[in-house]
Every structure is written in structure tokens, then in C-alpha cells.
Write a protein that binds this ligand. Structure first.
Ligand code: SF4
Length: 324
């Protein structure tokens, strides 16, 4: 169990084209310490349950004042000392990381640090007004690993000037940089953002759900095969997000769609042009093989390919076994 606490970066000096934190979180200000304690207590049901981690999400944790950071971290650390929580996870920007910062975080029990890298392509980072470079991501990753924390790198797809090739390059760099975890967020155009203006002015074409699924499935596979755990695909569903959605790759089951596409790609590759095969998969994987509304089955049927899907618990969860 992970206890999520959203810490928005109030007064953030950056102006990322896609960002409207209030829209994403539904909250405009950071929780007070009392509120944060209440959230933790509710999850732990007043000490009767335990949690793996307390997670400070929001994307810029180390951008808030060190005093405020330490207050939140001390609070979380109380629960680690009581044996009710294992460790702390947080997310921040690559240009808000230094060796001293990471050492301080670790001293409070921080184990996982996720960086909102978004892309490793300089053109995409500039066009998205991120305010940091790919080099900042490399430097921060090196510091995090050197200090002994677990590195997570988050990426976005469908940003201005982005494409499949650049996304795959970003994913490949994440593998080379030693990431152990990732999140894949296809871009969504939200009301009140720079991106909404760019879209209205015809300067930006949002990624469709289909495009996002196609690229994310390739990225997902690269991560899986490199031993990177994909913690999330797509923004979490919320009333606020739906209200503020203008365009882009938003789907409440985006993760399922991506995983189904990945397996479809792998089955298709394994066929090597054959029109008939028996595919064995782990029973836990069967819904993903079939796809949303059996879309994968329909896909092969429409291509005149006969596939028998069989459940076989001896097959590893992510693997597919083709016969003959
Ligand atoms: S996404 Fe960019 S603008 Fe938004 S809070 Fe994070 S750093 Fe600031």
C-alpha cells in the first residue's frame, strides 16, 4: 500500500506548456501538516494497518522550501520509526536535485526518487517550455544513483514537436541512465494551459488515443524488457480532469489499452507471416490478450489470421508461447 500525498508547487516559477496542476489534482494548495497527518492516519486506519510507502507526489517536491520539505519528511519519518511505513517516495524536477538535497532526503527515509524528465529530446523540452535540459536529467539521475536511492524517470508522449522516434530515444536513454521505474503520460490538453492556447492557434496538434497507444506500447515493451517497472500509464481519472479536458490522449483505461497493444504486437511478430497459430499465455494475462472489447481478436480475424488463445499457467506472466 502506498499513501499518496499531493504537494502542489505553489508559486512554481516554471511555466510548462501542458501544466495546470490545479486541474490535475483538484487542489490548489498544499495540505497542512495536520491534513497530511490525517491522510496518513486514514490510510493506516489509526495504526491498525501498515503501508509500504508514503509518497509525496506533485512533481516538484524539492522545489518547495527546504523547511517545508523537512516538515513533511519528518512527519513521514515518524511513521517509519513506528514501524507502520516502510519508506518514502517522492517526485521532483531534474533541475531541483543536488547531492546535498538527495542525502538530506535519504536521511529522512526516502528510498525512491522520481524525476519528471518528460523527454530527452532538447527540441521537445524547449517547445514544451520545460525549463530544463536532457543534461539536467542525466546529471540528476547520476546523483540519485550515486547516493543510493532508486531512480524513477517519468516521460510524456505527444508533446509539441514530439514523435515516435523521439519517444523511443527517450525510453532508451532512461534504460541507459539506470532507471528502475517509470510512468508514461500521454499529453492531454487542459483548459488554462499554454498548450490549450497553442492548440487554439493551430500551433499544436494533440496526440489521439490511438497514436498514444501505439507509441506507449513500444515504450512499455522496451521498459519491460529492460527490467524497468512501469508504475502508471496515463493520467488518473478524476472529475476535475474530465471537466478541464480539451483534447489529447485521455482514456480512463489507457494502461489496459497499451498493454493489450503490446501483446498484440508481440503475437503478430511471433507469427512471422503465418496465418494460423496457437498462443499460450498465463491465465492472468488473458484479458489483455483479448483486448478491450476483444479488439485484438477482431484485429487478427480482420487480417484473416486464425489464432487459438490457450491459458497455460506454466507460461511466465509477460511471456507468450507460440505453437507450432
Ligand atoms: S509541471 Fe512545470 S509548471 Fe507545472 S508545477 Fe511542475 S514545474 Fe511547475
Amino acid at each position: 500500500m502506498i499513501i499518496p500525498i499531493f504537494i502542489p508547487h505553489e508559486g512554481c516559477p516554471n511555466d510548462c506548456a501542458f501544466c495546470n496542476q490545479r486541474t490535475i489534482s483538484g487542489k490548489s494548495s498544499a495540505p497542512s501538516l495536520d491534513d497530511a497527518r490525517l491522510i496518513i492516519e486514514q490510510y493506516l486506519e489509526n495504526g491498525t494497518k501498515k503501508a509500504d510507502q508514503i509518497a509525496f507526489f506533485g512533481g516538484s517536491f524539492t522545489g518547495i522550501s527546504a523547511l517545508k520539505q523537512n516538515e513533511y519528511l519528518s512527519l513521514a519519518n515518524e511513521y517509519i520509526k513506528k514501524g507502520l511505513v516502510g519508506s518514502i517516495r517522492l517526485s521532483t524536477r531534474p533541475d531541483y536535485i543536488s547531492e546535498d538535497t538527495v542525502k538530506r532526503l535519504i536521511s529522512f527515509g526516502v528510498k525512491n526518487i522520481e524525476l519528471g524528465a518528460q523527454s530527452m529530446d532538447e527540441e521537445v523540452l524547449r517547445a514544451s517550455n520545460r525549463g530544463h535540459s536532457g543534461y539536467d536529467v542525466e546529471k540528476a539521475s547520476e546523483i540519485i544513483l550515486k547516493c543510493g536511492a532508486i531512480l524513477g524517470l517519468q516521460m510524456m508522449t505527444g508533446l509539441p514537436l514530439d514523435n515516435m522516434e523521439k519517444c523511443l530515444y527517450t525510453a532508451q536513454r532512461f534504460c541507459e541512465l539506470g532507471a528502475k521505474e517509470s510512468r508514461i503520460y500521454p499529453t492531454v490538453v487542459l483548459r488554462g494551459t499554454k498548450l490549450a492556447q497553442m492548440y487554439a492557434d493551430g500551433e499544436y496538434t494533440p496526440q489521439s488515443v490511438e497514436e498514444a497507444v501505439a507509441v506507449s506500447a513500444r515504450v512499455y515493451r522496451l521498459f519491460k524488457e529492460s527490467g524497468i517497472t512501469v508504475l502508471r500509464i496515463g493520467l488518473p481519472d478524476s472529475a476535475e480532469l474530465r471537466e478541464n479536458y480539451i483534447a489529447g490522449a485521455y482514456h480512463p483505461s489507457l494502461g489496459e489499452l497499451v498493454m493489450s497493444r503490446d501483446i498484440r504486437n508481440r503475437i503478430e511478430e511471433s507469427l512471422c507471416g503465418k496465418k494460423e497459430a496457437e498462443i499460450r499465455v498465463n491465465p492472468k494475462f488473458i484479458s489483455k490478450v483479448n483486448g478491450n472489447k476483444r479488439c485484438n481478436i477482431e484485429y487478427f480475424k480482420n487480417k484473416g489470421i486464425k489464432i487459438a488463445i490457450l491459458e497455460d499457467s506454466s507460461v511466465d506472466e509477460y511471456a507468450i508461447k507460440k505453437e507450432p
